[in-house]
Write a protein of this length. Structure first.
Length: 740
């Protein structure tokens, strides 16, 4: 069965025709709401087909216990044979004959999210032919007049809803671009002068402050002062709050939201950098805009060539666009719903407070899930990764559903969120760009949620997506954030231009029970992260005990941090039983590889090159083997190859390494142990690298970052297997059905 929706349609027509009939007595429907209403007539037939043909995900949920008997490394994981493969959880589901809803090209505005329930199972929403339908959360602004602002040519539009307090927005999209709010300073950052009551030096202390003292001249009694937001950057988060008051005599700034932690830049005495967002006096550059809420006026400074009569300018009315929502605890699921070839655009952002309640899809679970969602509540930030920020497209209690070949752009939050009770969701071949937060967030019930079995989530396929230009509001957001989830395939994605990590997997700090396991992160192209804005990040970042999780054949480079911690691959707190193999990582401003602490991670057959401080580092001292380091190639420009702050006696038992090749373009390579340089022979004296060598690996071109090995490379004699990067990133459409 086929239904058609088109901007030139009519909701009183049948919807069975793709074009209006001669005489305009019948044709396509006109709106999404009209399409959903028409679907109600035919859904019982689709539901019967689904009930007859569908098989569901296996009910079993993986144990969170390690696979290694007695906590020991399995010999099979150490051999030089076939790559270790993570456990798979078979999914078998036969889709019914779907109802296909074709969307013709054009804009389909929404004022509230489109919600798909279990009763809509078996429906496919698809772009017609090669047309471009856009599901938009915005309202087009067209009543522009000429004006002058701060001596610059401007356009102004009167918005009575804004003046009446019925509409407020924080984004504006102009001719396919995200317009910028005016900020101070225009580039770079200010530095806080003092924080009353703060004890320095400080760290991640969970002490809360809502007042700071600024440096003289940085802040003054600006117009609409309480609409200005202070965004301060420290550790691995940004904190964002409106200004409540300013005392020009003392330079004391009072903020609407208290800080999550003491606002120091990182561990120490240095206070945080910040910028001011939404400052009227800074409205002076083409492409900037400002909403005067009190006056109900919208101002925009046009770019060269823009015409107020033809410009496509959208102000958002929605925070989210789409929800596929079942009730997993009642065994009611949305199944076999697909969206293909559709653009989702033009949404707003705000802090995801508890007080938002039912206004935001996915925040109605209350205290049952509050602990693992790490809600920011009253504070100016979440604890990491903008983890409480919802997705513009939201899945809950959904199975065997897909989002493919779609575009998600110009949105204020995460692009997609796969939440509780979901299984076998495919997010394949999409482009997500110009994002307020990150691309994809996955989070179900945690291991400690003992009574939430039905709300566990896993077995999802996240492949062949392009995720870029993210974190524009929530700078700490991640390209793909997998929190409490298992058996994921995160493969062949292209992730770049974010201010924090590219892929983050796991959500337990330390060695406690963890639902995250058997996740495959492979063939991803990840680069240009950090931009020296935040700290403590990784191209791929992991947390917790994750038996069966594999990081393989990823290409990662250009990771730069503000104060510390720009790493390519970063097993953080408790990361254990990982297999990290066949990755190429280079040009990190700290190290291409850093393990904070963990247990028995196998790191083999990788290329690590060029770090700002060293090439590899292992931080915390623990009384067990943390790293098994085999057949790696490490290259430096004179920086240490491996670094540790711990003395030799401590070092000897923490790491097993052999069969590696070490090389420095600056001459003899060295290591740092306990803060002191040591030679390769001294490094070997710790009981390591008995069969390893110092030699030129003979890459095709280090200068051009071409790490192809020559046929006579000494690394090959050590058993190093050449790394094939020819298929990293998104594959041609015809190849996307292949398993990684």
């Amino acid at each position: 069965m086929k239904l058609y929706i088109a901007p030139n349609g009519n909701d009183n027509w049948s919807g069975f025709l793709a074009n209006p009939k001669a005489g305009k007595r019948d044709g396509p429907l006109a709106t999404l709401s009209g399409g959903m209403a028409r679907l109600q007539r035919y859904l019982p037939e689709a539901a019967a087909s689904l009930q007859a043909g569908a098989q569901h995900c296996l009910p079993a949920v993986p144990s969170a216990q390690p696979m290694q008997a007695g906590g020991q490394v399995r010999l099979a994981d150490l051999n030089h044979g076939q790559p270790y493969r993570p456990g798979r959880y078979p999914v078998s589901a036969t889709p019914p004959e779907p109802i296909t809803v074709y969307l013709r090209g054009g804009v389909y505005p929404l004022e509230k999210p489109l919600v798909i329930g279990p009763e809509h199972s078996g429906v496919m929403f698809k772009a017609f032919a090669r047309e471009k339908p856009i599901i938009s959360g915005g309202k087009r602004i067209s009543n522009w007049q000429s004006a002058s602002v701060n001596g610059k040519q401007a356009w102004v539009a009167d918005l009575p809803e804004v003046a009446a307090g019925q509409w407020e927005f924080r984004e504006l999209f102009v001719n396919g671009r995200r317009a910028a709010r005016p900020r101070l300073p225009a580039k770079g950052f200010y530095r806080m002068e003092a924080v009353p009551g703060a004890v320095l030096p400080s760290g991640w202390d969970r002490k809360h402050f809502n007042q700071i003292i600024c440096r003289s001249g940085d802040i003054r009694n600006f117009r609409n002062l309480t609409d200005i937001e202070m965004v301060y950057l420290h550790f691995w988060i940004e904190e964002r709050s409106r200004i409540s008051a300013f005392d020009s005599r003392t330079n004391l700034v009072t903020l609407e939201r208290p800080s999550l932690v003491t606002p120091v830049g990182a561990f120490g005495k240095e206070l945080a950098d910040y910028y001011l967002d939404n400052v009227w006096e800074a409205l002076c550059q083409p492409g900037q805009w400002y909403l005067d809420r009190a006056a109900g006026k919208l101002y925009y400074l046009p770019r060269r060539g823009e015409n107020m009569k033809t410009a496509r300018i959208y102000a958002p009315r929605c925070l989210q666009l789409l929800g596929l929502i079942g009730n997993p605890e009642q065994n009611q699921f949305v199944e076999h719903v697909r969206f293909e070839g559709i653009t989702f655009a033009h949404t707003d952002w705000r802090h995801p407070d508890k007080s938002d309640g039912a206004a935001i899809l996915g925040t109605t679970q209350g205290d049952k899930t509050h602990g693992r969602r790490h809600s920011r509540g009253q504070f100016a930030a979440a604890s990491q990764a903008a983890c409480d920020v919802p997705g513009v497209i939201y899945f809950e209690g959904a199975r065997h559903c897909a989002l493919s070949n779609c575009v998600i752009e110009h949105v204020g939050w995460y692009g997609v969120e796969i939440s509780d009770g979901c299984c076998d969701i495919s997010i394949v071949g999409n482009t997500m760009r110009h994002l307020g937060a990150g691309g994809i967030k996955i989070n179900g019930a945690a291991a400690r949620d003992k009574k939430a079995h039905a709300r566990r989530t896993g077995q999802h396929r996240i492949t062949d997506n392009t995720i870029c230009h993210g974190g524009r509001v929530f700078h700490s957001a991640v390209g793909i954030l997998a929190m409490n989830a298992y058996a994921l395939s995160i493969c062949h994605n292209h992730i770049f231009d974010l201010f924090y990590s590219g892929v983050s997997c796991g959500w337990e700090w330390g060695y406690q029970e963890n639902i995250s396991r058997d996740n495959l992160i492979a063939f991803n192209h990840i680069h240009d992260l950090g931009h020296k804005v935040l700290s403590d990040m990784g191209g791929i970042y992991t947390l917790g005990v994750q038996p069966g999780t594999v990081l393989r054949n990823n290409l990662i480079y250009n990771v730069t941090s503000a104060h510390y911690g720009g790493w390519c691959i970063y097993p953080d707190e408790g990361s254990s039983y990982l297999v990290i193999e066949n990755n190429v990582c280079y040009d990190a401003d700290r190290q291409p590889f850093h393990q904070h602490y963990g247990r028995e991670n196998i790191v083999r057959n990788n290329i690590w090159a060029f770090g700002g401080e060293s090439v590899g580092i292992y931080t915390r001292n623990e009384p067990h083997i943390g790293l098994i380091w085999l057949r790696n190639i490490m290259v430096s420009r004179g920086e240490a190859l491996f670094q540790s702050a711990h003395p030799p006696k401590t070092e000897a038992h923490r790491m097993l390494s052999d069969g590696n090749l070490y090389f420095s373009t600056a001459g003899k390579p060295h290591f740092l142990v306990g803060g002191k340089k040591c030679s390769f022979k001294q490094w070997q004296a710790l009981g390591r690298d008995r069969h390893s060598i110092v030699a030129n690996p003979k890459f095709k071109s280090l200068a051009q970052r071409n790490f192809t090995l020559s046929k006579d490379s000494p690394a090959l004699k050590l058993g190093f297997q050449p790394i094939d990067l020819s298929t990293v990133g998104p594959r041609p459409t015809a190849q996307r059905a292949e398993v990684c």
